[in-house]
Ligand binder design. Sequence first.
Ligand SMILES: Cc1cc2nc3c(=O)[nH]c(=O)nc-3n(C[C@H](O)[C@H](O)[C@H](O)COP(=O)(O)O)c2cc1C
Length: 317
Amino acid sequence: MRLVLAPMQGLTDDVMRDLLTRIGGFDECVSEFVRITHTVHSRPTWLRYAPEIANGCRTSAGVPCTVQLLGSDADNMAVNALEAIKFGVDKIDLNFGCPAPTVNKHQGGAILLREPERVFQIVRTLRRALPDHIPLTGKMRLGFEDKSLALENAQAIAEGGACALTVHARTKVEGYEPPAHWIWVRKIAEAVNIPVTANGDVFTLEDYLGIKQESGCDSIMIGRGAVIRPDLARQIKQYEQEGYAEAMPFNEILEWIRLFYDLCLSKEGHNKYPAARLKQWLGMMKKAYPQAEALFACVRPIKDTHDIRAALHAFKA
Ligand SMILES: Cc1cc2nc3c(=O)[nH]c(=O)nc-3n(C[C@H](O)[C@H](O)[C@H](O)COP(=O)(O)O)c2cc1C
């Protein structure tokens, strides 16, 4: 079995990817989407999205990081992809799922699922442009308004030449509202001849067992659940290997939170970044840990970056 950390723009940036892959359980992670419009990105831009490029496309824990592209101009996406490869990118994923109105307005993300032929053209153009040794994958939702084109879109991605597909088991209109329709991932997996990764609403070990059973997939992508419970992937791996899973106690999680904050602090030129990211993360972790709620309440009013660090270290779980 294989676990992938989901791309989440504004959430799983390089620091979060670094931290979660250090905690363990993940076999791969994916960068936040890099939006391709009419320009060609420079090396600093690629490195900003995926600093892992400078480390052989791996996080510091050695977990491979795929770079995700989002766009609708196939030719310019191909030019950008080739440029990215020149700088060291070694695997590319294409986004056919983003629900953001600004992105959809420019014909990017989930809106493309209304037109399987365009999906096919984009994948085929990139596949033809890229060297054979560079894997190209796709990530899709079940559709835009409804699921009527789900199988056609998946087939378009496979026939266009992608070597694997991730399916977020919801339409664009369904947003992030539960439930995720895991059974649809099974239908898609049966309709294409490439490996399929199932994604959507895995927040606990039980959810993992559920998605695996309903989708029939052995490869699972986890997004929000991995941020809310940073040891979730590790628990799942332990369960698969040893038949039981031990959740990490909060005092250990606290050590990881402190490391996360220090990693944020070490990023240059971001005055507000460490506090913003810490508060964002604690705000999500509150759902799983009462102690995270107490810690959040403690750091929330503090403005000074170094005072926050001191509070993190003074906090007793
Ligand atoms: C804040 C946020 C940002 C996201 N950004 C991306 C993105 O950049 N690329 C992408 O393919 N999916 C993106 N997604 C979708 C996730 O990768 C994933 O498909 C979705 O959250 C469902 O998985 P989950 O229930 O495990 O979170 C994003 C989701 C969230 C919540």
